[in-house]
Design a binder for this molecule. Structure first.
Ligand SMILES: [Zn+2]
Length: 348
């Protein structure tokens, strides 16, 4: 076990973040901009961000509520639909506004009913993206009712992702929030144009957190946490330094009444304590020296962006660092991810 008590790294980025809109956006933006320099902003609003004009307007709403003095760059994405216009994508990318395009199989998660059902209809957009080097971020789960929820990522790789990549090998694909050993192995076996983001919470919880001793809705997210063998594979990949793996928190706030009910929403809110949680995980894995690669170097390299000039310092304190159990927003109260162990690392 490492005995380091201080660690200075390049300022991190979050390669998968839900900021929502309106009162929720206002309430959560500061937790993201405090530690992260940039974030890939998910487009699953109601209605979704489907055109470059939608993304430009959303970016303005984000910048309007950014806490004064914070430097934070939202990297905008478009929500791929069967009607996405390839020319609009290309213009958005050329202008520097659009960093990636997001694929949600229809019905895969929160606000994804407008996602892609028939891939043939999305091929013109995907072909253009391959041509111009615009990455595709995928929510890698099939939504077929017959497929068990714990198998949906593995089946997606086999039946959707691998055929798509065989058809369009030049397309850069980010497999977001990888939750299985199958996903990790698939990324490691690929020769080019495939990388994966990993969330904070999937490094910490397995499915027992959701289901043992009572249903715990604040540990429910999609893709759902899997068996322990998968969590261990994610930890090994994240802490390996392998450039194909980087942080995407998937921090996804919902107000408590939408989580704590008969049909609770999927999403875990981790923006506020992610860096403390990650330092704990990397220290446990004796890999604090790999934290910077995971949070600050591998992501920019994959997206073709410079690493951040600024740094942050994490310090390990003897006493536990406390975070609020809940945050208040104009949209309502949001429960903060509880890693179920005391945190000692703090960004100073
Ligand atoms: Zn997400």
């Amino acid at each position: 076990m490492s005995t380091a008590t201080e660690l200075t790294i390049r300022r991190p980025d979050d390669w998968h973040l839900h900021l929502r809109d309106g009162g929720m956006l206002k309430g959560v933006i500061g937790d993201a901009s405090r530690h992260f320099a940039r974030a890939i902003i998910m487009p699953n609003l109601v209605p979704p961000v489907v055109t470059t004009a939608d993304a430009a307007a959303y970016r303005e709403r984000i910048m309007a509520v950014l806490p004064k003095g914070d430097r934070f760059e939202p990297l905008m994405t478009l929500y791929l639909t069967e009607g996405t216009d390839p020319d609009d994508l290309e213009a958005g990318h050329a202008s520097g506004l659009i960093t990636a395009v997001k694929l949600y199989p229809a019905g895969a998660t929160t606000n994804s009913h407008g996602g892609v059902r028939n891939f043939e209809n999305a091929m013109p957009a995907l072909e253009r993206m391959a041509k111009i080097g615009l990455p595709l971020c995928v929510h890698g789960e099939v939504t077929t009712p017959e497929v068990d929820i714990f198998d949906r990522e593995a089946v997606f790789i086999e039946t959707v992702l691998d055929p798509l990549r065989a058809r369009l090998p030049e397309l850069k694909v980010t497999m977001e929030h990888v939750t299985t050993k199958d996903g990790i192995d698939y990324i490691k076996s690929s020769k080019a144009n495939l990388a994966g983001s990993i969330t904070t919470h999937h490094l910490i919880i397995n499915r027992n957190a959701i289901l043992v001793g009572g249903i715990r809705p604040h540990y429910y997210c999609l893709p759902v946490a899997k068996r322990e063998v998968h969590r261990l594979a994610l930890r090994a990949a994240a802490t390996s330094g392998d450039a194909r793996f980087f942080l995407g928190t998937d921090s996804a706030p919902h107000v408590d009444p939408l989580k704590e009910c008969a049909c609770g929403c999927a999403g875990i809110y981790t923006s506020i304590n992610t860096m403390s949680c990650l330092a704990h995980v990397f220290e446990q894995e004796n890999a604090l020296d790999k934290l910077e690669a995971f949070t600050s170097l591998n992501g920019p390299a994959w997206y073709g962006l410079p690493v951040n000039d600024e740094t942050i310092t994490l310090r390990k304190r003897a006493e536990a660092v406390t975070y609020p159990e809940k945050i208040e927003t104009e949209a309502g109260t949001v429960t903060v991810f509880d890693p179920m162990f005391p945190l000692h690392w703090q960004v100073v």
